[in-house]
Design a protein around this ligand. Structure first.
Ligand SMILES: [Zn+2]
Length: 288
């Protein structure tokens, strides 16, 4: 059964490790992440962006697939199904469809509007026993033309949003989505520290986990990050493994064109990436 992310993240924050959010795109992705979490006895959060939700034929399809797998694969570790960067309307749809956690990305609204919409969602989510992530300080990506440095959130705005009763808070600390530019200046630990000082026990979320050096990830965890989002890295490892299979001509040998064979190397590559991240984040064995 799907669970809210609240308890697993509170445990992670208290235990000084982080739970990975791995974004899913299809059946192979979901199966690879769930099996790895179970093998490593790690709690896990499955992230679904609005775009990926559409691609997978809507949120109800996603909920059906994930719930089916939890049962058929006999998954025993805590699993949350989480909307990533949701719009207000997207959040309502996922609540309705049976997600166990949502992120409302109100970072592009003026802070007053972010507060108002987050307040409404806190009410609904609490009634349903779900968890809610809020964002302060937009986290951009290469496509937004971020060069050198991502945005840093205002710690006082973080405190204002944290006090509304959200369960986890994403704050921009110089991180960005996608691949980091060569001249990236690194994470702003000063900002992270200031945010944690004001928000106390609130689990903090680090978006854009792909390409942040391991030592920075570990330092971020020591400063209160309890959830780390990984998306691009699984895409890159899946693509590289699939490319290798085809370039080696394996799809043209025997029944190598069978999708169950063609997608197998990519599937294994996702499992390997998820395993590396769970080891780095310290979540292995935490669901025992
Ligand atoms: Zn993000």
């Amino acid at each position: 059964m799907l669970v809210s992310a609240k308890e697993m993240l509170q445990k992670a924050k208290a235990g000084h490790y982080a739970v990975g959010q791995f974004n899913i795109n299809n059946l192979e992705w979901t199966k690879a992440i769930l099996l790895t979490a179970e093998e490593l006895k790690s709690p896990v959060i499955l992230g679904v962006s609005e775009g990926a939700g559409k691609y997978m034929c809507g949120y109800k399809t996603v909920v059906g697939m994930v719930n089916g797998m939890l049962e058929e694969l006999k998954i025993t570790v805590p699993v949350a199904l989480h909307l990533d960067h949701g719009s207000y309307e997207g959040c309502l749809k996922c609540i309705e469809a049976g997600f166990s956690s949502i992120m409302f990305d109100g970072s592009h609204y003026p802070i007053e509007e972010n507060v108002a919409k987050t307040t409404e969602l806190v009410k609904i989510v609490k009634e349903k026993g779900m968890s809610l992530e809020a964002e302060v300080g937009a986290i951009g990506g290469e496509e937004d033309g971020v060069v050198g440095k991502g945005e840093c959130a205002d710690p006082n705005e973080c405190k204002a949003i944290a006090d509304l009763g959200v369960d986890m808070l994403a704050a921009g600390i110089g991180n960005i989505h996608g691949k980091y530019p060569d001249n990236w200046e690194g994470l702003s630990f000063e900002t992270l520290d200031a945010v944690q000082q004001l928000t106390g026990e609130m689990p903090l979320v680090l978006h854009g986990g792909t390409g942040i050096p391991d030592d920075m990830i570990q330092k971020a965890i020591s400063l209160g990050v309890a959830k780390i989002n990984v998306n691009t890295e699984c895409q890159l490892s899946f693509a590289a493994a699939t490319r290798k299979y085809i370039e080696e001509g394996k799809d043209e040998k025997g029944k190598g064109y069978d999708p169950r064979k063609l997608l197998a190397p990519g599937f294994e590559a996702i499992k390997e990436t998820v395993k590396e991240k769970m080891e780095l984040f310290g979540s292995v064995g935490k669901a025992e």
